[in-house]
Design a protein around this ligand. Structure first.
Ligand code: FAD
Length: 265
């Protein structure tokens, strides 16, 4: 579930090559991609995200891929041979350096299951990828303070928002991790308090963040909230804000970034 509005960017399908990888924290792999085609990419910052096309094996081909990923683009993608079309997953731009045409993507290492997580953990420089820009989910309405809620999959998005917020912004960011060692320096404005939480092994993803949200003493005035992460966290945060705190629906952007036990499509 999500109420993020997708922006269909004019850059279309952008091709890139893996330049290097780095384990930024124990469970987060940063893959840096680059290439001349990135000159067409229009960076907006914040939580800008894209549909990332990844090679599945040696036979993967990026030929015939759609330029957009709305319903038409998705149907076009489905007509490509299953045996050679790339896999598609959603990722956030962690950083973009236009001068050198380099773009960083932070992948949660969530184990052996799936395609993107294991791919990032093992990929070598030179691998080909492609992406289709989807714009920013961050769409603030006039408000008195900001509220960010995320698990580790939303850390790149929340870190980007904290980096790009006006320096006089105020509010709270609640970030749940499964490993304390995955904390990053997020460069938050001094008026935004960052609450780092670690969920206990065996507990539901998002449960610690939801508890912290419920216990949070809200500042005066109305918030604009952004809640992303495992489906139950995003939906639960929105429910609590709208039903429990009376925050207007239009003041809450939310998106289930992943769903426990279910592969992305
Ligand atoms: C707008 C948007 C932006 C996103 N940005 C990022 C980002 O910058 N970095 C990032 O790491 N993720 C991000 N995600 C989440 C990412 O798209 C999903 O985690 C995706 O499912 C990963 O694909 P996969 O091929 O590794 O696993 P899949 O094939 O989709 O799933 C395989 C199995 O792994 C489980 N799984 C998937 N993701 C996780 C996880 N994070 N933790 C634990 N188990 C998981 C699934 O439940 C399933 O059982 C974003 C999602 C959206 C919608």
């Amino acid at each position: 579930m999500s109420n993020i509005a997708v922006t269909h960017a004019p850059s279309g399908l952008v091709r890139a090559t893996v330049l290097r990888t780095e384990r930024v924290t124990p469970n987060m792999v940063r893959v840096t991609i680059g290439g001349d085609d990135l000159g067409r990419y229009e960076y907006q910052g914040f939580d800008q995200w894209f549909r990332l096309a990844l090679p599945v094996d040696q036979s993967t081909s990026f030929e015939g891929m759609p330029q957009r990923f709305g319903i038409g683009g998705y149907l076009k993608y489905l007509t490509l041979p299953k045996t050679s079309r790339p896999a598609i997953r959603n990722y956030t731009v962690r950083a973009f350096r236009p001068a050198s045409r380099e773009l960083d993507i932070d992948f949660v290492s969530h184990g052996d299951e799936g395609i993107a997580g294991p791919w990032a953990a093992a990929v070598e420089p030179g691998a080909e990828v492609a992406f289709i820009d989807q714009g920013c989910g961050w769409a603030p309405v006039p408000s008195d303070w900001v509220l960010l809620v995320a698990d580790e999959s939303g850390l790149p998005a929340v870190a980007g928002i904290l980096r790009d917020l006006p320096r006089d912004a105020v509010g709270h960011a609640i970030i749940e991790l499964f490993d304390e060692a995955d904390r990053q320096d997020v460069g938050a404005p001094s008026g935004v308090e960052v609450h780092w939480l670690v969920r206990e092994a065996g507990t539901d993803p998002g449960s610690a963040a939801l508890r912290a949200l419920e216990a949070l003493e809200f500042p005066a005035g109305s918030p604009y909230a952004f809640a992303v992460g495992e489906q139950a966290l995003a939906a639960g945060a929105r429910r609590h804000l709208v039903q429990g705190r009376g925050v207007p629906k239009q003041h809450v952007t939310f998106s289930g970034y992943w769903k426990r036990g279910v592969a992305a499509r």
